[in-house]
Design a protein. Structure first.
Length: 234
């Protein structure tokens, strides 16, 4: 992350794969509100201790709390009245997570899919079966390319960093929501309507449910993932 000044206004820059995201005044709060909206649709907004295992350039991490981020007035911690703990997603940090979870006892663990299998395996070796822990919900952030996923009842959030795409798999209707007013889908390409520096992305595996409407977002575009990737046993 870089903090800079343009026209006497603070700007936050994040180098992400395939681009750079630039945030001006108020932008981060708009996206923190959107992420809180995602957690509500995922039925996770009641979680009060949230552990995020992701890199610092991920909005799941940097929108976690106003304490973590310049110019952010209210992150997830403030909006959901929760504690947010950020755990880096590097492999040497992932091996430490089972003990952190044992001590902190979060009720929500958010993890990106590339390291999810590593985390589950490491936890089992450490004697912590994350999938069987009472009171722990797990949200997996899945990217544009399918990753092999251990089987289980994980909640899922579609996340493409360079587009700042955050699309939750709704707990009510079972479809992913592309939030009205935030994104548009045109000719198979998803465009971020609110952040100029965001890059469009092509997601060939989405299948739009044109005949469906969800009361939690009546104007949202609903879709499923046509090819969610190979599933491997946990
Ligand atoms: Zn829905």
């Amino acid at each position: 992350m870089t903090v800079g000044l343009i026209d006497d206004k603070a700007r936050i820059f994040f180098e992400v794969p395939e681009g750079e995201l630039r945030f001006g005044d108020g932008d981060l709060d708009r996206w923190a509100e959107h992420l809180a909206w995602c957690y509500r649709l995922l039925d996770l907004d009641e979680c009060k201790t949230i552990a995020v295992q992701d890199f610092g350039t991920s909005p799941l991490a940097y929108l976690g709390s106003a304490l973590l981020m310049p110019t952010l007035e209210a992150g997830i911690a403030e909006r959901l009245d929760a504690k947010v703990i950020c755990l880096d997603a590097s492999p040497e940090r992932v091996v430490l997570t089972p003990e952190v979870i044992r001590q902190v006892e979060p009720d929500l663990l958010i993890v990106r899919d590339e390291i999810f299998g590593l985390l589950l395996d490491g936890a089992k070796r450490a004697g912590v079966d994350l999938a069987a822990l009472d009171g722990l919900k797990i949200l997996v952030a899945i990217g544009a390319k399918p990753m092999p996923m251990p089987s289980g009842k994980w909640r899922r959030l579609l996340h493409v960093e360079s587009t700042l795409l955050l699309a939750p798999e709704c707990a009510s209707c079972g479809h992913f929501h592309l939030r009205d007013g935030f994104y548009a889908l045109t000719d198979g390409t998803i465009v971020n309507l609110l952040l100029d520096s965001a890059q469009p992305c092509v997601l060939p595996r989405i299948s739009v449910a044109e005949d469906r409407v969800c009361e939690l977002g009546p104007n949202d575009l609903l879709f499923t993932l046509a090819n969610p990737g190979e599933t491997v046993p946990s």
